[in-house]
Design a protein around this ligand. Structure first.
Ligand code: ADP
Ligand code: TRP
Length: 323
């Protein structure tokens, strides 16, 4: 089965990105054909600084490799290194109905807030559709906010197939990891860069501890029982702990006699044990950039071979070829 997903190089990954998206990629990489790419073309809709985009793109590759993406199992590449994708985007654009894009949230949110949007943001889902169908992808693991875009992809692919009356494109399915579909941030709201409530995956231990210690709690005195189910420290702890560890901490909440500081310390220790080794792997990779660049070049070569086949099929079907 062909599994594919893309990640925008918009900055340092936070726990929401990891548990909502990246961990799924890694869990699915032993599928015989997993393709993962860094969506630098999509990032152009928000990053308008060449050096920053270049840096972020390389950083995203480091992040994924450090977090366990194994280039021997999965194909890792940079979106813009597959020019066939942008070519296919145009073919798809000619069969994409405006009303489908009108309701896509990135554009709609901007419009509703009265911010002028670029054509790139409006047509963003069509580029994403091309990303997906150019490799005959069957399964697209995504965060919950991307589901809508995979649905648009299906519509567009289906419409192309209908118009040209043949099965040019494979229709993809999405997969959302429900249990962690929404990771909460330090303030109990959805963790997001836009809310300034994130904890970064590769945070240094000292800063990590400080950040976790800053989680706001209610003023229940130490000796009183506490409710783990309404506490964001406990909600975050669950991301890292097995059932037994969760039960043990929940029991301590309910028994009273435990201050929130102790729960924060328990969260810190779990998080550090979980991400600490990846932070070290990342530092080692950052010291060997030629290796990372080789991985990306080999990935792009493999991805292009497949992209060429599907693009040719599409061009032939719609008549932009003389063969
Ligand atoms: P942010 O909201 O911080 O800007 P992005 O929109 O760049 O994050 O998200 C990148 C990926 O990570 C998406 O697939 C998204 O669904 C996932 N993701 C982001 N935040 C969370 C969260 N709090 N919980 C679960 N998944 C998340
Ligand atoms: N739009 C996705 C995001 O912001 C990234 C992305 C681009 C993507 N192309 C894709 C994800 C194709 C899955 C499949 O997270």
């Amino acid at each position: 089965m062909r599994v594919l997903s893309g990640i925008q190089p918009t900055g340092r990954p936070h726990w929401g990105n990891y548990f909502g998206a990246i961990s799924q990629y890694i869990a699915l990489q032993n599928n015989e054909q997993a393709f993962y790419f860094i969506a630098d073309l999509h990032a152009l809709t928000t990053i308008r600084d060449a050096e920053r985009l270049r840096q972020n793109t390389l950083n995203a590759a480091l992040d994924l490799l450090a977090l366990g993406l194994d280039p021997k199992q999965a194909t890792l590449f940079v979106q813009s290194e597959i020019p066939e994708v942008t070519e296919l985007t145009w073919l798809l654009m000619t069969v994409t109905q405006m009303h489908l894009l009108d309701k896509c949230h990135a554009y709609k949110d901007k419009k509703e807030r009265g911010i002028a949007a670029d054509a790139g943001l409006f047509t963003y889902p069509v580029l994403m559709a091309a990303d997906i169908i150019i490799y005959d992808s069957q399964l697209v693991p995504v965060g919950v906010d991307q589901v809508q875009h995979v649905e648009v992809t299906r519509d567009v692919a289906q419409r192309f197939n209908q118009i040209y009356n043949r099965e040019v494109f494979t229709l993809p399915n999405y997969r959302v990891m429900e249990a962690t579909a929404k990771v909460v941030g330090l303030d109990g709201e959805k963790m997001s860069k836009s809310y300034d409530n994130t904890v970064e995956v590769f945070e240094e231990p000292k800063k990590l501890r400080k950040k976790l210690m800053s989680i706001k709690t209610d003023s229940t005195p130490v000796e009183e029982p506490k409710n783990p189910d309404t506490c964001s420290i406990f909600t975050l702890f669950k991301l890292f702990a097995n059932a037994e560890e969760q039960d043990a901490l929940a029991a301590r909440y309910r028994a009273g006699g435990m201050g929130y500081g102790e729960a924060k310390q328990a969260l810190y220790e779990k998080a550090e044990a979980f991400f600490g080794p990846a932070r070290e792997r990342r530092a080692a990779l950052a010291a060997d950039l030629p290796y990372v660049q080789d991985v990306l070049a080999a990935g792009a070569k493999r991805a292009r071979e497949k992209a060429r086949v599907v693009l040719d099929r599409a061009k032939e079907a719609c008549g932009v070829s003389t063969r």
